[in-house]
Design a protein around this ligand. Structure first.
Ligand SMILES: *Cc1c(COP(=O)(O)O)cnc(C)c1O
Length: 382
């Protein structure tokens, strides 16, 4: 069997169909022409309309599907629309949805505002629940939405135990797999039915695209494709081209992100200003055991809980950074830092302010020096 390191290089490529080009070109398409009425009526050709796929978007779908070991992948205009599509494909009026309390904030807002208005009830559960999820199942429960590790707080979930409880009851298991990417967590092999990816992040890898994907197994692929089509979702050829280009270097980039993040995470733990580092690859992280059991690696995104400090001191620390920039998103080549703002139903106790760091591909000593002077500014500001 071809290994994933090779798969990301070869998947979705067919140079002989594109004048020998190694990278598939960008197809910009709305209208696709048919040779005659019969072909049109029977849809007897591979491409029929821009929204329904082009050679560029299909190459990316095939590549992601192969990497996710799923049955079908569809592309969406953002990672968030991939999350909401997975919910819309599995839940309808009168249904119940279980969502991890560590969910990406905007996905929570979709549940609170849109899904609720369309008659879907959401219950949030402790990310550490594991097989205990079974106690929350109701006859009308249709899906469980997981994210591991969780946004901002990085709890690792026992995905196989949750999936085992859901299976046999006709409950779909959805996982937002953006942090690990399909490269480091094989969602399908751990019992997930629908794997969601914000390709905006590491698959794009260069902070210049917006796109998402949902991959389904055989049981959910037709429903996913149908709802995706009915909602009119699609992704542009330019974004798909850049995502394919990013995918080719995903393995080497993630290796470097993980190495630097592990080094800086371990060092941060020894700093007097830091109460805790939230990064599952670190040996004493509460999620380390599960991470080691289920994942093949990590990315460069983690949290740090500071000892009590004023908002002004935290702002002084962050504002003066030379290499860490302030901004949303992550998964690009550059380092980022921000103060975390999140909403939880179940309390997540913190010793002090929570920061989120994305460790980019810069020299790790430069990043460390940046943090050293950041802590100096933190100490000097009341
Ligand atoms: C960023 C992110 C998303 C949303 O992706 P966008 O492309 O920004 O819409 C979804 N899930 C997680 C875990 C994310 O970090």
């Amino acid at each position: 069997m071809t290994r994933k390191e090779t798969k990301i290089i070869e998947a979705g490529r067919e140079p002989s169909l594109h004048a020998g080009a190694v990278n598939i070109p960008v197809y910009r398409v709305s209208t696709v022409l048919f040779p005659d009425v019969e072909t049109m009526v029977n849809e007897a050709q591979p491409y029929t309309y821009g929204r329904r796929g082009t050679p560029t978007t299909r190459a990316l779908e095939e590549a992601l599907c192969e990497l996710e070991t799923g049955a079908r992948t569809v592309l969406t205009p953002s990672g968030l629309s991939a999350c909401t599509l997975a919910i819309l494909a599995t839940c309808g009026a009168g249904d119940h949805l279980l969502v991890t309390d560590s969910i990406y904030g905007p996905t929570r807002l979709f549940c609170e505002r849109v899904a609720k208005r369309y008659g879907v009830t959401t219950t949030y559960f402790d990310p550490h629940i594991g097989a205990g999820i079974a106690e929350l199942f109701r006859p009308e429960t249709k899906a469980v939405f997981l994210e591991s590790p969780g946004s901002y707080t990085f709890e690792v979930q026992d995905v196989p135990s949750i999936a085992a409880a859901a299976h046999g009851r006709n409950i779909a298991v959805i996982l937002d797999n953006t942090w690990a990417t399909p490269f480091h967590f094989n969602a399908m092999a751990h019992g997930v039915d629908l794997s969601v990816q914000a390709t905006t992040k590491y698959i794009g890898g260069h902070a210049d695209i917006m796109m998402g994907s949902v991959t389904a197994n055989a049981a959910y692929k037709d429903r996913l494709a149908q709802v995706h089509g009915d909602l009119g979702l699609c992704a542009s050829g330019d974004e798909a081209f850049l995502a394919l280009r990013g995918l080719r270097t995903l393995g080497v980039r993630l290796k470097r992100h993980q190495e630097s993040a592990t080094e800086l995470g371990a060092w941060l733990k020894t700093q007097p200003e830091v109460a805790r580092v939230l990064y599952p690859p670190l040996h004493d992280d509460p999620g380390h055991k599960l991470w080691k059991r289920d994942f093949t690696g990590a990315c460069g995104l983690f949290g740090i809980v500071l000892r009590p400090a004023s908002a002004k001191a935290v702002a002084a620390m962050i504002d003066g950074m030379k290499h860490f920039a302030i901004g949303y998103s992550w998964g690009g080549f550059e380092s980022l830092i921000l103060p975390a703002h999140y909403h939880r139903s179940i309390e997540f106790p913190l010793e002090g302010p929570l920061l989120r760091l994305h460790i980019g591909l810069e020299d790790v000593e430069d990043l460390k020096a940046d943090l050293v002077s950041g802590f100096e500014r933190l100490r000097q500001t009341a």
